[in-house]
Design a protein around this ligand. Structure first.
Ligand SMILES: [Zn+2]
Length: 400
């Protein structure tokens, strides 16, 4: 990438500032919770076509995928089009679906998480179709579904059903314009205990499953202190998030109890190691440990699912996809970027964690705004992100 290209991308991203803003407003005005993305997909499809993407298709899960270029190297820009609900509207100082601009911010649910990333992707596509896609490159713009319900599921579908396997993916979730190179993984775990019921007046004749679950939950609390730590991604964690029990009557000893567990995984922790660690902490061979299965019904009517295991991923700082990002950022903005990680989970858990495809994260807006009231994204971030994505494609196409 030479200085002329850098200047041209910077000036086009600036020229398309209002265009980017208006596309984002169009999306923010449409509610699009998980499995209900069709109306926003229709709008996005139109935007992608307006941006000059000739090949725009929807797959069986409802992911909308635009494609430009015919080269052998495959790069994808990914952003999810579903958002969470508003929560209590009384906690908002403005209408969550206005999509208005005020004091340099575009306001509304999804502006940060993560329709802002989508709007910047669309502008990047427009810049690239205008300036020309490098000959050796095919670029996909994947705008994906159901991420808030089950992160990574959409990409399981893209890789296994659509048979698209890029050489690298740029995830456009919010990073406050820093470069993200990893996140902790997570899994959900159900632990079930079977007891024996007896009359509540004679508990000694029974075996109380609630006591079994209670003792186990205290050992889980202690286990949390002993979980491994990683310098960059932080510590693994475990927490009981729900307790359930059942008994023949309220005057009977419970013969069933279960614990629902939220487990965050750091570098080096696997599904097997997490289950084994839990098993030995509980020290009850009769306890049944399972990982629940997510199955959702897409707006297309198709059902699709996966185990609720979302592996950790981390990209080495000297990997080409990260180094390309550092170089592109420095060329565009004349300073070194901050390199960090996401606290929340992203589609990286399947793209990188399950399928080993290199991932770099870069997006407009602050992660802390995600799922919070008064969500808003700086318009400047949208402009800079669109420049970054267009330039990243050029940087990626070069051999280093
Ligand atoms: Zn998100």
């Amino acid at each position: 990438m030479d200085q002329t290209q850098v200047n041209s991308i910077n000036s086009l991203s600036e020229k398309y500032r209002d265009y980017t803003v208006s596309n984002l407003s169009r999306m923010v005005r449409i509610r699009s919770m998980s499995c209900q993305e069709e109306p926003v997909m229709v709008e996005l499809k139109q935007m992608m076509q307006e941006a000059g993407i000739g090949d725009v298709k929807t797959d069986g899960l409802g992911n909308l995928i635009g494609k430009i270029g015919y080269g052998k190297k495959i790069l994808a820009f990914d952003g999810h089009m579903d958002t969470v609900d508003t929560g209590q509207v009384s906690n908002w100082d403005f209408d969550p679906f206005s999509g208005k601009v005020e004091n340099g911010y575009l306001l509304g649910r999804g502006s940060v998480d993560q329709k802002g990333g989508l709007a910047s992707m669309v502008t990047a596509a427009r810049i690239l179709t205008e300036t020309g896609v490098p000959e050796n490159l095919t670029i996909y713009f994947t705008t994906t579904v159901m991420e808030e319900d089950c992160d990574g599921l959409c990409w399981k579908y893209i890789i296994e059903e659509d048979r698209i396997k890029p050489d690298a993916v740029v995830i456009t979730e919010p990073t406050n314009l820093t470069i993200s190179r990893g996140q902790r993984g997570r899994m959900e775990i159900l632990v079930e205990f079977s007891g024996i019921s007896s009359h509540g007046s004679a508990p000694e004749r029974g075996k109380n499953a609630i006591y079994m679950a209670s003792e186990a939950s205290l050992t889980i609390r202690d286990l949390n202190q002993r979980l491994p730590q990683h310098d960059f991604l932080g510590k693994g964690s475990i927490a009981v998030t729900e307790v359930k029990s059942d008994s023949p009557a309220l005057c009977a000893i419970a013969d069933y109890a279960s614990l629902y567990i939220d487990r965050r995984l750091t570098v080096g922790e696997t599904k097997e190691s997490a289950v084994a660690g839990l098993q030995s902490a509980i020290n009850d061979t009769d306890a049944r440990i399972t990982i629940p299965y997510y199955e959702g019904k897409a707006y297309t009517g198709n059902r699709y699912g996966m185990e609720k295991f979302y592996p950790t991923w981390i990209m080495p700082e000297d990997h080409k996809v990260i180094k390309d990002g550092l170089a592109v950022f420095a060329a565009l903005f004349n300073r070194k970027p901050v390199v960090g990680k996401w606290l929340f989970s992203t589609n990286g858990i399947s793209i990188q964690g399950m399928y080993g495809i290199p991932v770099i994260g870069f997006g407009p807006g602050e992660e802390a705004m995600a799922h919070a009231p008064n969500e808003k994204v700086p318009v400047d971030h949208l402009v800079k992100a669109s420049a970054f994505y267009a330039a990243y494609a050029l940087g990626f196409s070069e051999k280093t």
